[in-house]
Design a protein around this ligand. Sequence first.
Ligand code: G3H
Length: 250
Amino acid sequence: MRKSVIAGNWKMNKSPSEAKVLVEALLPLAKESDVEVIIAPNFVSLPSVTAQVKGSKIKVAAQNMCAIESGAVTGETSVLMLKDIGVEAVILGHSERRQYFGETNEIVNKKIALALQHQLIPIYCVGETLEEREGGKFLAIIEQQVKEGLHNISATDMPKVIIAYEPVWAIGTGKVASGEQAEEVHAHIRRVLATLYSQSVADAVTIQYGGSVNPENVKELMAKPNIDGALVGGASLKADSFGALINYNK
Ligand SMILES: O=C[C@H](O)COP(=O)(O)O
C-alpha cells in the first residue's frame, strides 16, 4: 500500500525567524495527522528547521539541489550538505525551476539519481502549461517528462520517488484542476510507470497533485484512486490551512 504524503513548498517565503514561528504552530497539528508530512523551507532556514522538527513526524525537504556532489559551482547546494543537516527529501524539476532557471528533464534526471544515491527522497515535479493543455498534447508531454526524468532509475529505487503532478496553469492561480482532470493525468502517469517498470512498481509510487490545493478542495482530490497526496504552495504558508490539509480526513 503506497503512502499518502502532503508536502508544503514554501518557495521564497518565510525568513528563518518566521519559519520558526510557523513550525512551532505546525508541530502539534502534524502530530495528529495520519499522512506523511513534509515541509520545504528556503535554504537559509533548512538548518534551523531540521533542528526544530527533530524527533517529530515532520520531514524536511529542500526546494532544489545541485546535479553534482561538490566542486566549483558558485551559488549551488550539494546533496552532501543537505544530508549533513538532516534534510530527508528534495523537490526537483519544479515548473518554476524549469521556467526561470532552464532546468530540463535531463538535468533533473541527474539530480534524481544523485538524490537516490544519497537516500534523499526525490519529489519529481511534472506538469503541462496552459498552452500544452489546450493544444491537447498534455498527456504526451507529461509522459515524456516521466520517461526522461526517470531515465535509468532502477525498479528498486522507483518506489522511493514521489511524483508530483503540477499543471502549470493551476499553480498559484486559484484554478485547481478538477478531481477528474487530475485523476486522468495521475492514472496516465501510473500506466507509464507500469510500462517502464511493472504494475507492482507503478502501484507503489506515491503521486501527489499540486496546484491551488486548499482545505476546501483537498477532499475531492484525495478521494481519487490515483491521487496519493498534495504538494501545496500558498496554503502551506499558514498553520491553520496547512494543519487543515494534513488533517483533511478527520
Ligand atoms: O509546489 C507547489 C506548487 O507550485 C503549488 O503552488 P500553489 O499551491 O500555491 O498553487
